[in-house]
Ligand binder design. Structure first.
Ligand SMILES: [Zn+2]
Length: 205
């Protein structure tokens, strides 16, 4: 089975509780300490087996091999990936059964991470996620006064739009953000705007 490690929690001695995102589930698995085990880290894609023979305890994570990405050797790309994975975990934790959407999104992201700007991948993916969850406000109705936003929009956490007079925050040109919302493309956004949108994503999914 394959999956992405979304979180690692150290328990007694050197044992670990590991949350792994597989195509349809977020699994919580137990890993006994073993000096000969390969080290694992949050964000790794792994191939693994699950031992559920003791039904009263957490299933065990066994036979782990790391399916590495070249870009993990790039400190900045690796850092942005880990930060993105943390946001993912905080959003999904507590849920067990998931559609394929989240796993497939990470598969797509991991492939693009090498060649593209990770911050662009993150903001594009975040709008896909909001869209898939029915939380993307494509109608550009101000969440404060409920009137339409025409030229410039302030975006806050969750990419909720408002008028610049209704809420203080980062201001964006509406049509450029529309391209992001409707086509999940950051092509019309400059690097400063991408950085600002990335900061909003970092406030939490
Ligand atoms: Zn308003």
């Amino acid at each position: 089975m394959q999956g992405y490690i979304l979180n690692i929690f150290r328990v007694r001695d050197e044992d670990l509780i590991v949350n792994v995102l597989t195509p349809n589930r977020l699994r919580t698995l137990y890993r006994f300490y073993g000096a000969r085990h390969s080290t694992i880290q949050t964000g790794y894609k792994i191939d693994f087996e699950i031992d559920s023979s003791n039904a009263s305890k957490l299933p065990l994570l066994r036979g782990v091999s790391h399916l590495g990405f070249k870009w993990l050797y790039n400190v900045e790309k690796a850092y942005l990936w880990q930060n993105y994975i943390k946001l993912f975990y905080n959003h999904l934790k507590g849920v067990e059964e998931l559609g394929r959407f989240y796993f497939d999104l990470l598969e797509d992201n991991a492939k693009r991470w090498e060649k593209q700007n990770p911050k662009r991948i993150i903001i594009e993916s975040y709008t896909k996620l909001l869209d898939a969850e029915g939380r993307l406000h494509k109608d550009f109705k101000c969440f404060v006064c409920e009137k339409e936003i025409r030229e410039e929009a302030v975006l806050v956490r969750g990419f909720l739009p408002s008028h610049k007079g209704c809420v203080p925050g980062k201001i964006f040109t509406k049509w450029r953000v529309e391209e992001l919302f409707f086509n999940h493309s950051s092509i019309f956004l400059n690097d400063d705007e991408v950085n600002l949108l990335y900061e909003i994503v970092c406030e939490g999914f």
